[in-house]
Design a protein around this ligand. Structure first.
Ligand code: UD1
Length: 428
């Protein structure tokens, strides 16, 4: 199993380019199921999760070509199966994103129920309730979600537009409803919709395919269903830049007291995070298509609370916690999205961090002088936090189970090396 061997401390300096967002690429790939025409995507990141989604789609008969780096052309004219098997779904919860498209176009789907994951229970009940409200009959049997829309006359059954109000915003839930509503009969209004940039990007792709969507990026999205969607035609859809990857490299710049620029990053998608970075004392400079973080020693403690977009993203909480181990004073981080998302705290403590977790809050006292040690990654963003800490820890830090990191960061070792870090991918 791959591990990262990091030698610290180091001061990072240089420029990296933001990749396309994992969380926008996954729904965009799933969206190809909605049409028989080719869908061409650009800026698709080279990630384990993207490969998993491609395998899932290929298993359904979708053709997948990669004519150039970052470009994927999908063709779902001959879908032979509407099933998402357990073996793939268990490795990636976002597999649930095929549910909406399958039910919308074929009137049926059989999708393995995603299991729990390290960071919490993460149910999909809101996805299922919404599809039921749109006329799907849902049964959960033997670990699989069976969704079915009754036929009226000939042809496949068709969903009906409905008023959906999420009790709390769900990102992939909102995307599944967008897919379902795009081909439903009538109008769907989603209230308390997720406002993440990746939801907006999904709506942008659907619009390019002929869907009628308004309000994406706001809490109320309206979709007028159409009879059929087309492909992307002459204009490939370019995936929005990954704000979480960008934020991670900016945090790497800040924690090492370095000078890191991420080109292609959109500051407007990173508002709450950049605000916290500057309150912590890092210099933040924004241009139209880049964000730079520099200097900022000594850092000072800052409190944050995760929240749905535009709040502080839960996907940057672990990285920010790592940063706070180097800040002067006591910071309190509150996690409101997932119930068990402080697994990195124990591992950071192994490096010498002073972190106490109490339910949904983590209290970090800094600055700590970290010492390299073997640590084990537990989930994607926790792995990133351990890598950040390894950059400032004195001596060798071995981060094991780096496959978690490969799910969401393309070539992180190479990119960190390009900024001056000593990071090797080793077997261990
Ligand atoms: C997406 C992101 C993930 C990010 C998360 C929160 C993708 C592929 N993944 O995950 O990186 O950490 O948003 O920003 O985009 N919930 C329910 N029932 C449901 C659905 C969700 O109770 O049916 C709860 C979840 O347990 C969680 C909260 O709602 O507490 C938000 O989760 P959600 O936005 O759905 O996360 P994902 O879409 O799975």
């Amino acid at each position: 199993m791959d591990a990262f061997l990091i030698k610290g401390p180091v001061r990072l300096a240089g420029t990296v380019r933001a990749s396309g967002a994992k969380n926008a690429a996954l729904p965009a790939l799933a969206a190809a199921l909605l049409t028989a025409d080719p869908v061409t995507l650009d800026e698709v990141p080279d990630l384990a999760d993207v490969n998993t989604m491609n395998r899932l789609l290929a298993g359904m008969g979708v053709s997948i070509d990669r004519p150039a780096p970052g470009r994927v052309v999908l063709g779902a004219s001959r879908v032979t199966s509407t099933e998402a098997p357990y073996d793939l779904v268990r490795t990636m919860r976002a597999s649930i994103l095929v549910l909406g498209p399958l039910v919308a176009r074929f009137g049926e789907a059989r999708v393995s129920l995603p299991g729990g994951c390290a960071i919490g229970v993460r149910p999909v009940d809101l996805h299922l309730l919404a599809l039921e409200a749109m006329g799907a009959r849902i049964a959960v049997e033997k670990g699989y979600i069976h969704a079915h829309v009754s036929r009226v006359g000939r042809g496949t059954g068709r969903l009906t537009g409905a008023a959906i109000r999420f009790p709390s915003p769900t990102v992939t839930g909102t995307e599944n409803v967008l897919f379902a509503a795009a081909l439903a009969k009538g109008t769907t209004v989603i209230e308390n919709a997720a406002r993440e940039p990746e939801v907006e990007d999904t709506a942008r792709l659907l619009t390019a395919m002929g869907a009628r969507v308004t309000g994406a990026g706001t809490p109320t999205i309206t979709v007028e269903g159409v009879d059929r969607l087309s492909g992307t035609g002459q204009m490939p859809h370019a995936i929005v830049p990954d704000r979480i990857e960008a934020g991670t490299y900016l945090a790497a710049g800040a924690i090492t007291g370095g000078d890191v620029t991420v080109t292609g990053a959109r500051a407007r998608d990173l508002g709450a995070f950049l605000d916290a970075l500057s309150r912590a004392g890092a210099g933040v400079e924004v241009t139209a298509d880049s964000v730079r973080v520099h200097g900022g020693r000594p850092l000072v403690a800052v409190d944050i609370e995760t929240a749905p977009h535009p709040g502080f993203p839960t996907d940057l909480q672990a990285q920010f916690l790592a940063l706070m181990t180097q800040a002067e004073g006591t910071s309190r981080l509150i996690e409101t999205i997932f119930e068990n998302r402080f697994l990195h705290a124990v591992e950071l403590a192994r490096l010498g961090a002073d972190v106490r977790v109490d339910g949904r809050a983590a209290v970090v006292r800094g600055p700590s002088s970290l010492e390299g040690a073997p640590v084990t990654a537990s989930d994607l963003r926790a792995s990133a936090a351990l890598v950040l800490a390894g950059l400032v820890a004195r001596g060798e830090t071995r981060v094991r189970r780096i496959y978690h990191l490969d799910r969401g960061y393309a070539a992180m070792d190479e990119r960190l090396r390009s900024l001056g870090a000593s990071v090797e991918r080793i077997d261990g």
